[in-house]
Ligand binder design. Sequence first.
Ligand code: PEP
Length: 260
Amino acid sequence: MRPLFIAGNWKMNPSTEADAVALAEAVKEGVGQDHAVRVAVCPPSVFLHRIDTALANSPVGLGGQNMHPEPSGAYTGELSGAMLNDVGCTHVILGHSERRHGLGETDAFINQKLHAALKAGLIPIVCIGETLDEREGDRTEAVVAEQLDGSLAGLEPDQMAGVVLAYEPVWAIGTGKTASPEQAQDVHAFIRARLADRFGEAIAARVVIQYGGSVKPDNAADLLIRPDIDGALVGGASLKAADFLGIIEAARTVTQAGKA
Ligand code: PEP
């Protein structure tokens, strides 16, 4: 019903096009023509065009890490959805915590980008998640609810079905601390229930909700087996082909065992 979806967020890595192409080619080779698990990589924008070529004839999707809501104009340093589309992107990450917290992106701005991404024919991966202070202050659900409501404002139910969400507790990103499978499942179930209230049960049941935060080959299966965890957004471990492929392999095993 919801094939598991593993996406790699390469962030500002690697430093050279040659290394980026080598990584993409290794992922392509490891995935082969297997369509059981959805896979995408999100390299730095300067490498997207070259990586699109490297991924030719592969089921591995290509994503941008960000975009601007406007289609064109005087926005120095920015990229539009149409540009991402033109260089072969199928996906775009929106509202990553490094942009929310490091660059001050708000839910309202992410919402504008979301509408623009859908208009440009991209599959958005919208990131949400609480900080450590918010979790320790017992505010996880309130924060996630606010981010969901703000980021997803104005969406029609059929549009929502095509949006991917990534629950990424900020305290687990790049820290080596993973949310326990139970902690992650609890928040994913909360997210799906909130989607059901707003968009209806049938739509909520179709929305892919990835988990992100220090996912590795050895903890992936325990997370992916949970009923509301539909994949992973992977940072650090997506930079080593063997680790990323190990996570994809865990997703395959979970799928073969009857999930999805
Ligand atoms: C991320 O950047 O989205 C992420 C989850 O990073 P990491 O896997 O390194 O924690």
